[in-house]
Design a protein around this ligand. Structure first.
Ligand code: FAD
Ligand code: NAI
Length: 469
């Protein structure tokens, strides 16, 4: 007899585990199939969490080396203990993944430990971990939440030693002398920051003529400038056409993206970070006829339903930004819809954050998107050099930029580069969710002295009368 559930979710990442907990809260008999040894998916195990732990530790190290003397704090003999730094990261990961396991027990979600395959609508076969045989499950609803995987680069084969993916870059056994990062996106810049702060020379090779494509172009340029000032080297408009490994390291062959003379670049470690692809391997989708698009993403309607009744998909495996909070909210919206509720997710108000120094955070439209859509907008910008809290903290790089509809003053996009931008953007996301105007933000009292006063000032600047500049 197969085990029967109201809902079976395949994948225990931010999309899957949040959907499972919410479904159980709503009274559904819920199972989550996850083959990894720990819950939490890419994000908790090899993504968001370990990378942020390393970013935090490496920032402390850099502060101890370079910034604290300016605050009158003198240190001598500052040393890096890479093993302790890595052990702390592992503990953060393990505590948080165990936390998800605890939440599953608390909410009575069954964790089926194995690899799931959908054999028919309503039916899943799980190859249990450790040769435990196969378990047959039945469910009214099946959710594909299997996430994403690394995009490989032909000719630059990942061995997770000399040529690593983000996973290898989270656990290098020693600080490389020269780390070459292929791809100037989220992972390249965050992991490049970690290893640069710990002492590596870092070169980013990017195919396009700018880093962080998709980000507001002015903000992206400023990020590049600040990162370059901190020691990053950028080779833009450049493609990697091959890699030769030796005991001493890796030699990459580079070419201008537009074609031209070939050059070589030596590295002791190469990080390949050119994007992620939806992961549906071994799920049985082809046999079932579940529709995918030309990028391999599962096609869903506005309610996350695939073309096969009773099968749904959320998170990195469907279209949209590959972000943990987007996956989580899709999971919640899906199961609440299945429970008969009428939830809503505003895709224009999903923030994105790059946790470099300075951080970059954005929500809504970029200037380029507004221009190409022919929408008339007003801009309000306020630099952190004029924010008193940024001054007290000695973190004055960056600005807040608000884009508002020229006719209605409605906030259409907010772009922040600066200290704690990732936390600050929440205010902007909430404002956009409520359909706020720039004036609404400007008339909201902001505590003094806080970094968020820069958001208020940028809103005042939309109307042309900021106070502190
Ligand atoms: P995943 O987290 O990928 O989870 C899918 C799970 O499904 C996996 O655990 C996998 O083992 C399991 N699975 C797959 N197939 C099967 C199967 N057949 N049977 C059983 N289990 C299966 N996003 C942010 O928002 N903020 C960040 O700071 C951030 N940092 C990142 C840093 C790095 C280095 C990386 C790689 C990613 C980062 N991301 C970040 C992206 C984030 O990790 C993803 O957007 C998020 O994990 C997607 O969630 P998901 O639930 O869709 O999929
Ligand atoms: P990315 O899409 O952010 O960046 C990839 C970069 O590589 C782009 O700039 C692209 O132009 C470049 N590129 C592509 N092919 C190339 C080639 N052949 N040679 C040189 N450059 C090339 O992808 P990344 O950094 O791998 O991250 C994957 C995803 O994971 C992100 O898009 C994001 O969704 C998620 N993520 C989110 C984080 C966060 O929220 N802070 C942190 C890390 C990852």
């Amino acid at each position: 007899m197969p085990d029967t559930f109201d809902i079976v979710i395949i994948g225990g990442g931010p999309g899957g585990y949040v959907a499972a907990i919410r479904a159980a809260q709503l009274g559904m008999k819920t199972a989550c199939v996850e083959s990894r040894a720990a819950l939490g998916g890419t994000c908790l195990n090899i993504g968001c969490i370990p990378s942020k732990a390393l970013l935090q530790s490496s920032e402390k190290y850099e502060e101890a080396l370079h910034s604290l003397p300016a605050h009158g704090v003198k240190l001598a003999g500052v040393e890096l203990d890479l093993a302790a730094l890595m052990a702390r990261k592992e503990k953060v990961v393990s505590d948080l993944t165990k936390g998800v396991e605890f939440l599953f027990r608390k909410n009575k979600v069954a964790w089926i430990k194995g690899k799931g395959r959908i054999t028919a609508a309503g039916k899943i076969a799980v190859a249990l971990n450790g040769n435990g045989g196969t378990l047959e499950l039945e469910a009214k609803s099946i959710v594909i939440a299997t996430g994403s995987d690394i995009v490989p680069l032909p000719g630059v084969e990942i061995d997770e030693k000399q040529i690593v993916s983000s996973t290898g870059a989270l656990s290098l056994p020693r600080v490389p002398e020269h780390l070459v990062v292929i791809g100037g996106g989220y992972i390249g810049l965050e992991m490049g920051s970690v290893w640069r702060r710990l002492g590596a020379k870092v070169t980013v090779v990017e195919f396009l003529d700018r880093i962080t494509p998709g980000m507001d172009a002015e903000t992206s340029k400023m990020l590049q400038r600040v990162l370059a000032k901190s020691g990053f080297t950028f080779k833009l408009g450049t493609k990697v056409v091959g890699a030769k490994k030796s005991k001493a390291g890796v030699t990459l062959q580079l070419e201008p993206a537009a074609g031209g003379e070939r050059t070589e670049l030596g590295a002791d470690v190469v990080l390949v970070a050119i994007g992620r692809r939806p992961y549906t391997d071994g799920l049985g989708l082809e046999e079932l006829g579940v529709a995918k698009d030309n990028k391999g993403r599962v096609v869903v309607d506005a309610h996350y339903a695939t073309n096969i009744p009773g099968i749904y998909a959320i998170g990195d495996v469907i279209a949209g930004p590959m972000l943990a909070h987007k996956a989580e909210d899709e999971g919640t919206v899906l199961v609440e819809t299945l429970a008969g509720m009428r939830p809503h997710l505003d895709y224009d108000a999903i923030p994105a954050v790059i946790y470099t120094w300075p951080e970059v955070a954005s929500v809504g439209k970029t200037e380029e998107e507004l221009k190409s859509a022919g929408i008339a907008y007003k801009t309000g910008k306020f630099p952190f050099t004029a924010n008193s809290r940024a001054r007290t903290n000695a973190t004055t790089d960056g600005y807040v930029k608000i884009l508002a509809d020229a006719a209605t003053d409605r906030v259409l996009g907010v772009h922040i580069i600066g200290p704690d931008a990732g936390t600050m953007i929440a205010e902007a996301a909430l404002a956009m969710e409520y359909g706020a105007s720039a004036e609404d933000i400007a008339r909201t009292t902001h505590a003094h002295p806080t970094l968020n006063e820069a958001v208020k000032e940028a809103a005042l600047a939309v109307a042309g009368h900021p106070i502190h500049i």
